[in-house]
Write a protein that binds this ligand. Structure first.
Ligand code: NAG
Length: 214
């Protein structure tokens, strides 16, 4: 209960911020399931057929499955899961991280993210643009909030003894995620090993070893 109240306050707080997506031109534009029109965002369903459930998502009280190589799980609530978010410029996510697990370095190309720790201890950080590439990082405890500016590489790691739980609010209905390691070493098709060997200043064999993990 305390958690859901915290979440509600938190999302309300976020609404007061300037969202990154374009402003709506009507009260709402609930995304149409299976819509075949390609627009910037998603086509609206007939407003007369809109129901309360179009503006609702359930299940964020449940921990995500952290049994994977990075030891974390992100449960997103974007326009893909909550059609009523279409055109509204915000979304949310639950992040579960096992002890010493990480949410690996990634970018949200379309959103600033504000993160609230509900349980546990999280080391978080982001890196500024070239040429400084300064690491701005901090250890957060339950109740602490941290903001990751739009488009910057950022990460989280659970440095505590128990599982960590955080709720993120993001300034886009569709923030997008680019996980650096997966994008660079796991693209389809592969980026040429020569390019990555030069970019990372390592032997091509090392590049091949990393590529084989993705
Ligand atoms: C969690 O994920 C692992 C690995 O994919 C899987 O083996 C396991 O059954 C999953 N656990 C649950 C509760 O879904």
């Amino acid at each position: 209960m305390a958690k859901s109240v915290a979440l509600a306050c938190f999302l309300g707080l976020f609404l007061a911020f300037a969202a990154a997506d374009h402003s709506p031109l009507q009260d709402f534009c609930v995304a149409q399931a299976g819509g075949s029109v390609f627009v910037n965002g998603m086509a609206c369903k007939d407003p007369k057929t809109v129901k309360a459930n179009d503006f609702s998502f359930s299940g964020l009280h449940l921990p995500g499955n952290m049994s994977n190589p990075v030891g974390s799980r992100v449960t997103p609530v974007t326009v893909a899961q909550l059609p009523g978010l279409n055109t509204l410029g915000i979304s949310a996510a639950r992040i579960d991280i096992a002890p010493w697990g990480i949410n690996p370095p990634h970018i949200h190309p379309r959103a600033t993210e504000i993160l609230l720790v509900l349980e546990g201890t999280l080391e978080v950080g982001f890196i500024t643009s070239n040429p400084d590439n300064r690491l701005i990082s901090k250890v957060l405890q339950k109740g602490d909030v941290f903001v990751f500016p739009q488009g910057l590489v950022h990460f989280q790691r659970n440095t505590g003894f128990g599982n960590a739980v955080a709720i993120a609010a993001l300034g886009s209905q569709n923030p997008g995620v680019i996980t650096i390691a997966n994008a660079v070493f796991g693209s389809t098709p592969d980026i040429s090993g020569d390019i990555l060997a030069k970019a990372f200043q390592v032997d091509k064999i090392v590049v091949g070893q990393i590529q084989s993990k993705f």
